[in-house]
Design a protein around this ligand. Structure first.
Ligand SMILES: [Zn+2]
Length: 437
């Protein structure tokens, strides 16, 4: 190990340890796994944060006014939760956002634009940030990645403060790749770093990692050699996972999370999602057959408490635990976001846009290798289905027929579909279904 690497390893480890040491929640981190079940750890934390929110947050003082402190401490958990109204995304976009904040507590802004383009802003205190960081390293450790490992981060976001982020990236042993080929010099520099930096793991948007895989999908090229790849923020399809894994010769695992509360669940080596139950209390609300909406309470955030937050994500649940031996298995599959994902038909009926991804899965099973796709719903009676993958010309015609037939059934022939084979450009919005009217 070279000196700078040693140095960085010690810096990051010390910073990490310090952030936990200064954390009042520290005692709950130690020996947590064994504590968890025996001491009702999660339930105690949940009751504490409900009580805290009611006392200090203007919004919750009002919303929970009819619940007594005694009830918070002693009522049955389900009985108590039912009395707490859901927090909607729209609440975080309006004046309520100000009222939720705890006066005098400093926080760091976590912002997400979401599908409507109106930002959702959440403030996170530094103790919660430490807990989030701790959770991420715990999940990475399941896959053999420990603090100090060299990260290749595939991130589309422009860095606002260049110097500050460069220092941070240096300390955290992290190289950033945007793969933006508008700036050809920078793009070539990034490719050289990718080949030579001996990255331990990749982390980032699947669409960007997919782009990297396409660039290195050539036997004669020197390829980066990560031990593992973690994708986040967008849905990763099975065909994408297989392709990326084949090109880089390592497994690919998905992190499931959001800016508001960070990691919600993480895939274990068996490929099953395990919940971040140390940090979050997660409820599953039945929506349509076999699909549940995720409701989240953040057990740590004392700057802007998030209780029973309706995230708008649909998931399928596991009936049995996972045999990997790691705790808190729960979700089988993240199906998608519910908001703005309902496809309306001219006769007034609708279906969930996830049906499109089921169709793509069916096509992949039949041998058409669709790597990326996007549905542009241009007009009420007109859809453009864009497909990218490795197809021979003869396959294109049969795939086109297959998709049109299936879409005719799905839309009851009320929508005309045009199939377009093209490269799908990532514009940072990461949505597979878009409505333009
Ligand atoms: Zn597992």
């Amino acid at each position: 190990m070279s000196l700078p690497k040693k140095l960085r390893k010690s810096i990051i480890t010390s910073a990490y340890t310090l952030s936990c040491r200064r954390n009042p929640l520290r005692e709950q981190f130690a020996g947590l796994r064994s504590n968890y079940e025996s001491n009702n750890y999660q339930e105690r934390k949940l009751r504490k944060i409900i009580k805290f929110s009611k006392k200090h947050s203007k919004y919750y003082t009002e919303k929970l006014s009819f619940i007594t402190d005694d009830e918070i401490e002693t009522a049955g958990l389900q009985e108590l939760l039912i009395k707490i109204p859901y927090l909607e995304k729209s609440d975080l976009r309006t004046k309520a956002n100000e009222d939720i904040k705890i006066p005098g507590v400093k926080g760091i802004i976590r912002e997400t634009t979401g599908s409507t383009g109106i930002p959702v802003k959440v403030l996170v205190d530094r103790y919660t940030l430490a807990a989030q960081l701790k959770a991420r390293w715990d999940f990475f450790a399941w896959h053999g990645i420990l603090p100090g490992a060299i990260e290749g981060r595939f991130w589309g976001r422009k860095e606002q403060r260049y110097l500050q982020s460069s220092i941070k990236n240096f300390l955290l042993n992290r190289k950033i790749f945007t793969l933006d080929n508008k700036d050809i010099d920078k793009f070539n520099r990034e490719l050289t770093i990718l080949q030579n930096a001996k990255l331990d793991y990749f982390y980032g948007y699947p669409s960007l990692i997919l782009k990297a895989a396409e660039l290195f999908d050539n036997k004669n090229k020197i390829k980066p050699n990560p031990k593992v790849i973690f994708t986040t923020a967008e849905m990763l399809t099975e065909i994408q996972r297989r392709y990326i894994s084949n090109v880089f010769g390592c497994p690919v695992f998905q992190e499931y999370g959001c800016s508001e509360v960070d990691i919600i669940a993480f895939e274990c080596p068996n490929g099953h999602y395990h919940l971040n139950s140390e940090r979050l209390y997660i409820e599953f609300l039945p929506v349509i057959s076999g699909k549940y909406e995720v409701i989240i309470s953040d057990l740590d955030n004392r700057c802007m408490p998030i209780l029973r937050y309706k995230l708008g994500d649909l998931v399928e649940l596991k009936s049995k635990g996972c045999d990997c031996g790691l705790p808190f298995s729960g979700i089988t599959r993240v199906v998608g976001r519910t908001s703005d994902r309902l496809v309306s038909l001219p006769d007034g009926t609708f279906f969930h846009a996830v049906k499109f991804s089921h169709l793509i899965e069916q096509a992949c099973k039949r041998g058409w290798l669709v790597r990326q796709y996007r549905i542009d719903h241009i007009e009420p009676r007109n859809i453009h289905l864009k497909l990218e993958g490795e197809f021979y010309d003869s396959q294109k015609k049969s795939l086109e027929n297959f998709m049109i037939n299936r879409l005719n059934i799905l839309t009851k022939k009320q929508i005309k579909t045009e199939i377009i084979f093209c490269d799908i450009q990532d514009d940072g919005k990461h949505m597979y279904y878009r409505k333009y009217f």
